[in-house]
Design a protein around this ligand. Structure first.
Ligand code: SF4
Ligand code: SF4
Length: 241
């Protein structure tokens, strides 16, 4: 119903499914029926997505947003016809840009995985209300987007510090932490959406969760080495011997 509902992931999915162009139609800016300004959110998402497309080598002209009312049928037909012609001229997605189809799919999949992280990091800008089209190009810059991907943050649990208190696992929104009683916890990097909750909630006396930026994450500790032997228990075992 509202263009504000069009998520960045939807646009990436359309391209991933081979669409050559994506058009988003929204209500006219400053004429939102509610107080949500969803059309501004859609505009900001499109500006961000266009920069991301440039980053991976896709022509950003393949994504278009236009604002109009439901009574402007003729305008809609004109805009769609013009956009259709443009997309035809651009040619097939990826092929026209000289990107191998497999490589494009994997790039889009990689970016899609980072959508929650991107939305979190760019939250403020995505919620901004631009006053004029002159501001559109300045909202997200090429350098900023290049940095966004080169400095992606990963969360890692230091096996030397984790005390298996289970706090992080209980609070992780996507069950991305391998957790069991008396077992050193491990972040499943494939599932992690990089929300940072585990970093925030790990008790200060342990500080076991660390942020790693732009570097590979150390491999997870093998399962057989995850058991934590508590000092009291160790002593009792020795006394028994
Ligand atoms: S960063 Fe968020 S999603 Fe990732 S493991 Fe920590 S709590 Fe879970
Ligand atoms: S909150 Fe910290 S100490 Fe507790 S299980 Fe998670 S990483 Fe380990």
């Amino acid at each position: 119903m509202c263009s504000g509902r069009v998520d960045l992931a939807f646009v990436l999915r359309a391209f991933s499914n081979g669409m050559d162009g994506v058009f988003i139609g929204g209500c006219r800016l400053n004429e939102c029926n509610y107080d949500t300004d969803g059309n501004y959110h859609a505009l900001n998402m499109v500006l961000l997505c266009r920069k991301i497309m440039e980053h991976i080598g896709l022509n950003p002209e393949r994504l278009k947003i236009e604002f109009m009312t439901s009574g402007e049928g003729i305008l809609f037909a004109e805009v769609m016809s013009e956009f259709g012609k443009k997309v035809n001229k651009l040619g097939p997605l990826g092929k026209a840009e000289g990107i191998d189809q497999k490589e494009l799919k994997s790039k889009l999949a990689e970016i899609t995985k980072l959508v929650p992280y991107i939305k979190l990091v760019k939250n403020e800008k995505l919620a901004s209300r631009l006053e004029s089209p002159e501001e559109y190009d300045k909202l997200f810059t090429k350098d900023e987007i290049d940095r966004l991907f080169s400095e992606v943050i990963s969360y890692y649990i230091d096996p030397e510090k984790c005390q298996a208190c289970m706090t992080c696992a209980k609070r992780c929104p996507v069950e991305a932490i391998l957790s069991a009683k008396n077992q050193i916890h491990v972040v499943d990097q494939e599932k992690c959406i990089k929300c940072g909750t585990c970093f925030e909630v790990c008790p200060p006396k342990f500080r076991a969760v660390t942020k790693i930026s732009g570097e590979p994450v150390p491999p997870p500790i093998p399962e057989e080495k995850r058991t934590i032997v508590r000092k009291g228990k160790e002593k009792a075992e020795k006394d028994k011997e």
